[in-house]
Ligand binder design. Sequence first.
Ligand SMILES: NC(=O)c1ccc[n+]([C@@H]2O[C@H](COP(=O)([O-])OP(=O)(O)OC[C@H]3O[C@@H](n4cnc5c(N)ncnc54)[C@H](OP(=O)(O)O)[C@@H]3O)[C@@H](O)[C@H]2O)c1
Length: 283
Amino acid sequence: MKIISKTRLKMPALGQGTWRMGEDPANEANEIEALRTGLSYGMAMIDTAEMYGDGKSEKLIGKAIAGVNRDDVYLVSKVYPYNAGRANIFVSCNNSLQRLGVDCLDLYLLHWRGRIPLKETIECMEELVRRQKIKHWGVSNFDLNDMEEIWRLPGGKNCAVNQVLYHLGSRGVEFNLLPSMRYEGVIAMAYCPLGGTNMAARSNITHNKKILGICEKYDITVSQLMLAFILKHQNVAAIPKASRSFHSAANAKAYDIEIDEDDWDIVNKEFPAPTKKIPLDME
Ligand SMILES: NC(=O)c1ccc[n+]([C@@H]2O[C@H](COP(=O)([O-])OP(=O)(O)OC[C@H]3O[C@@H](n4cnc5c(N)ncnc54)[C@H](OP(=O)(O)O)[C@@H]3O)[C@@H](O)[C@H]2O)c1
């Protein structure tokens, strides 16, 4: 398994998203199987949030990882912005741990920036680390100006991860956010790596004749190419969500895809990197 190794943390480069999973009991067995399939193929990181299904996603994961060696799964959860202060974060974190059935999260993220001062959130995150409730902390949906603010605050350089929307059809983060994060040793977790719910963006890619030609040449699917695109970038992890096992298995194969630079040049021409600052895309 490819591991991103930085001074602050080691984390798997490919994980599993769980947004909208755990919400319908009729899908539970398939969703659990999909997560277990992903784990069996080495996609050890599972991303969730207290927001997802109001805790139901965390409960589903708890069931999927029951009996799995704790060291074989890397758990990421997120706190609502309005819970990310002294008044609520400790209860929020404990609730997430309880639903997941574990003692400690590998990574805890501020889901997006809200009204609670970042300084207070950082102090709370550091306190959670001291209490051994979380191993590392980070943020999500932070653009460069927000990251720069974090880096200026006491303890802010301990921010290990920024989870942002990033896929082949939405490359704005490449302009200055990812290079600055790389410089500061902050890992990017690409959410919606398959386009998420943006069907138009996904459809542009899946219907592009040159992309289809490359996929045919390497005998891969467009989704696998989209994941290989993320994994090609240094310091970036991807968390595709799959609620069906055959999708989990297909996604795990993205680890091993090797595409010639000439073909990446074609991909880059069809879906170019940004040449100017673009506001952060969000789901
Ligand atoms: N921090 C944030 O604000 C934020 C926002 C959005 C998402 N996220 C996280 O990022 C994760 C991923 O984003 P996402 O769920 O929005 O979208 P995504 O992973 O880009 O796309 C998920 C969709 O792709 C399908 N899919 C998965 N593997 C596939 C494959 N191999 N071939 C074809 N289709 C495939 C899934 O189908 P099936 O489910 O039917 O298998 C699902 O419909 C979320 O689940 C969540 O954990 C974070």
